[in-house]
Design a protein around this ligand. Sequence first.
Ligand SMILES: CC(=O)SCCNC(=O)CCNC(=O)[C@H](O)C(C)(C)COP(=O)(O)OP(=O)(O)OC[C@H]1O[C@@H](n2cnc3c(N)ncnc32)[C@H](O)[C@@H]1OP(=O)(O)O
Ligand SMILES: N[C@@H](CCO)C(=O)O
Length: 401
Amino acid sequence: MISAMGPAPTRAAGSVGPVETRYADLPDPIDLDCGRRLTQVRVAYETYGTLSPERDNVILVCHALSGDAHAAGRSATSTDSTRDGFGAEDRDGAGTQGLGWWDGMIGPGKAFDTDRFFVVSTNLLGGCRGTTGPSSVNPETGRPYGSDFPVVTVADMVRTERAFLATLGIERLAAVAGGSLGGMQALQWAVQYPDRVGAVVAIASTHALHAQGLAWNAIARDAIMRDPDWQGGHYHGTGRAPSAGMGVARMVGHVTYLSSDAMTDRFGRGLQSSDDVRYTITDAEFQVESYLRHQAGTFVKRFDANTYLYTSRALTYFDLARQHGDGSLAKALEGVTARTLLIAFSSDWLYPPSASRDVEEALLGLGKPVEFHVIDAPYGHDCFLLEEARQTPIIRRFLSA
Ligand SMILES: CC(=O)SCCNC(=O)CCNC(=O)[C@H](O)C(C)(C)COP(=O)(O)OP(=O)(O)OC[C@H]1O[C@@H](n2cnc3c(N)ncnc32)[C@H](O)[C@@H]1OP(=O)(O)O
Ligand SMILES: N[C@@H](CCO)C(=O)O
């Protein structure tokens, strides 16, 4: 066995232990769907587990809108976590700062079992956490791209992941997995590189976002672009950034990641500071308002507004049927050879179970191996981050087959 992480670090049971994000510079440019070419592309990545000598135990994990390469373990270099909602202390008091965004799913004995698999996680193309994106320096100008960055698609992200894996000498994936936009990438892998993927795990995802999903994403992007500090997308180096707009975008986004019932159960109409209304239009009177402002505040500290715009655009463009099958999902999925696992959550209205069912039915119609599970859970779209215990046995069983 080859260890790509060096000597095994001391680790708590079930944890991959301390990890470090690394960076790979791609030797060749990436040709994009929009017709442009990106040169000097860098990819941020982490790996967990041990690569087999045959290089046949690789699982690529793809993240959702605001994730990064730090999916598991405790970051040795950063306390800056993508788990906005988590406090500094978790239930066992060990602290969650610096923990990867899918730490509950990746590790020894976990859903993506690092005793068996070599798990690779990357920051997607267009990202702001180490992979080339709009805040990177444009080699042609020596200045950050800003809105000169080309529009990227999910297919471009997958193209970049494929080129990056080649730099590690990995040509085939045992599986590719992800939630939400990460699930879109997983499905795209199966369509784009059918001979390079053994299995797909697409969670809380879709083949194409519905009109309401497009609408909420449009509102979020508009909130950023209407902030005068966005400056047409060239705010880097000006000392001003569209934090107000991005905060609003995150508040909108966060509401779409939760279910109405979950918000009612948690906050109801509770007031934030007292039982009496204060007759204010500016302060966060209700608990739910205060919570959203908190989510906005933590998000703007860790995320780049242009990356939000490009990533949101990519996930709204994603449409397997339109891009690969002239409007027919079955045609788009015709070439898929991977076994497919689809998981959806009953309360997820943004990426509803019906979207995964469309994919299941298309694959079944083609006689392809597919499993579909709907987990009855109340929290909405973010269930894929919260319902780890209930996803784990399904994924472990699927990956053991
Ligand atoms: C998906 C990928 O691929 S990677 C990206 C994954 N990360 C994210 O999506 C980050 C944003 N999402 C979240 O934070 C999600 O809430 C989750 C799913 C990750 C975490 O959910 P939960 O554990 O339920 O966290 P929760 O939503 O309760 O948020 C807790 C925070 O809200 C704060 N909070 C709770 N109620 C209130 C309130 N009334 N007023 C102000 N703040 C409040 C808590 O103090 C806590 O703050 P802290 O994190 O600074 O300590
Ligand atoms: N909360 C997740 C869900 C997006 O689909 C994120 O911010 O990436």
